[in-house]
Ligand binder design. Structure first.
Ligand code: FAD
Length: 468
């Protein structure tokens, strides 16, 4: 090869538009070598692993349509990337930054190593409106409360999104024989993958174009009623953008611009504030790399969590006898997603009704959510458990029956996801809710009565307070 290529190392940024690393690589004038390095997919892979692989393969097709190729390797990036640089003769590498602890560590080490070898490394802001360390109090401290964080963030205009790259000159390399070269799809996720892959497949649109179509539909159909509708799990009241945000088919900057261009109503303000929670989560993870494993309120480390494998299993399977909880857990298993309101209800049930450590729930969601991200998941679990910086207090215990009566009054969501209850009348549903008596088709009685569970949780909290 006569001209040194510029390597663009894709991670969670499978898109052509608003991709700063890609744009800068093109502007460098060098032919582009597009690269993805897959972490070996574990045998027990997660829904998020599945989603990433699907997103990767759609992006590969997109690059092929542009006349290019995404070269996929598998293994340890710290070893593979310097080797790929050497073999390709590249003198520059471009990437968009990651903010999770493992990604940060890898990128820092690689940047130092490559630069030492004389390779130019350029990195750019990742898939956030504001990088996690940039929004600080006047005293340059981290915000403890999302509302204050978001008010400060809104005073800083985000960078406008970049247009899609066009007419890219791609480098041609014979990479198949290089160490770590990999096939298109991780073998576990091929045709012989577990049956749940097919279930997820039917539930997810994929790719950059699908992400923008989802945004356009949301702006047109659901945004005006977002404030009123966002809490009803049976309604299409939210954007369904979280998976696309996770793997970068769409960026918060693009969403910010589209929403602020569309209108400035209360609904837009509320919707953008939800993106604010995502931003806040990344800033929390930045400051607390152990967000998924350590309670931000230390007194919660003294909670006497129950060891209850049977209860945990019933929760995972959606067999707690609380219809809204069970509907949510079954939706999660079958689709990889769950409505936000229901995430709060099932989380509260696990932590407060069953008194099982929130970290068990965090891990199950990490395994089953297609939109799983280490920042939002950990922050929200701490929020649900009352041990986060800004949680609703632990003693506020959600009553799943009241939550169902309020947010799924006709039982449409429950009937859809819990087929045993699909045909029960409203009167029978009311009995199941009131008495926890179980229902037809083997629908189980309530695992634990609400009043008893509430009293037990409050007693455990009191004990933890005294111990702390
Ligand atoms: P919309 O209502 O349309 O919101 C738009 C975007 O704002 C979302 O796509 C998301 O990026 C962001 N957002 C909304 N609510 C939140 C929130 N509470 N925290 C952070 N960002 C938010 N979201 C994830 O993306 N990944 C997770 O792993 C995750 N785990 C969660 C675990 C629990 C226990 C709870 C209670 C919430 C969790 N969430 C997580 C947040 C939220 O449930 C999802 O972002 C939301 O349901 C996605 O649907 P949507 O795109 O239609 O949301």
């Amino acid at each position: 090869m006569s001209v040194s290529p510029a390597i663009v190392w894709f991670r969670d940024d499978f898109r052509l538009a608003d991709n700063a690393a890609l744009t800068a690589a093109q502007q460098s004038g060098a032919p582009m070598l597009c690269l993805y390095i897959r972490q070996p997919v574990p045998q027990e892979f997660s829904a998020a692993d599945w989603w990433r692989e699907k997103s990767l393969s759609v992006f590969m097709d997109e690059l092929a349509r542009q006349g290019g190729r995404l070269h996929v390797f598998e293994g340890d990036a710290e070893h593979l990337l310097p080797e790929i640089v050497r073999r390709s003769g590249a003198t520059s590498v471009f990437w968009n930054r990651r903010y999770d602890p493992a990604g940060r560590a890898t990128d820092t080490a690689l940047k130092a190593r490559l630069r030492q070898d004389g390779t130019a490394v350029s990195s750019f802001a990742g898939n956030v409106l504001h990088e996690p360390w940039t929004i600080r109090t006047q005293a340059r401290q981290a915000f403890q409360v999302c509302g204050a964080y978001w008010r400060a963030a809104c005073r800083v205009e985000p960078l406008p999104p970049l247009p899609a790259v066009q007419d890219v000159a791609f480098a041609t390399v014979e990479a198949e024989s290089w160490p770590g070269w990999s096939g298109v799809v991780a073998p576990q996720l091929g045709a012989d993958g577990p049956p749940w892959c097919a279930m997820l497949d039917s539930q997810h649109q994929k790719g950059e174009a699908a992400a923008h179509a989802a945004l356009a539909t949301f702006l047109q159909q659901a945004l005006p009623e977002y404030v009123q509708e966002r809490d009803y799990p049976a309604h299409d009241g939210t954007s369904a953008l979280s998976c696309f945000l996770r793997t970068g088919q769409i960026t918060p900057r693009q969403i910010w611009q589209a929403v602020t261009d569309a209108d400035s109503s209360q609904a837009s303000v509320k919707f953008l504030a939800e993106l604010g929670w995502r931003e806040f989560a990344w800033s929390l993870l930045w400051d607390h790399p152990d967000l998924a494993t350590r309670c931000l309120r230390p007194e919660f480390e003294h909670m006497a969590w129950r060891d209850d494998p049977a209860g945990l299993e019933a929760w995972k399977l959606g067999r707690t006898g609380y219809p809204l909880v069970d509907a949510g857990m079954r939706q999660l298993w079958q689709t990889g997603i769950m409505h936000n309101r229901v995430r709060m209800v099932v989380g509260s049930f696990l932590v407060k009704h069953l008194l099982i450590d929130w970290r068990e729930g965090e891990r199950w969601f990490a395994h089953t959510l297609t939109d799983y991200d280490p920042a939002s998941n950990a922050m929200n679990w701490q929020w649900v458990a009352g041990c986060g910086v800004e949680s609703a207090p632990f003693f506020r215990i959600m009553n799943p029956r009241l939550q169902q009566e309020k947010f799924d009054a006709q039982g449409d969501y429950v009937r859809h996801w819990v087929p045993e209850l699909a045909r029960v009348s409203q009167a029978v549903m009311a009995d199941i809710l009131k008495d926890g008596c179980g229902g037809p088709g083997g629908y189980p009685p309530a695992l634990v009565p609400h009043a008893m569970a509430r009293a037990r949780a409050l007693a455990a909290l009191e004990q933890a307070r005294q111990a702390g």
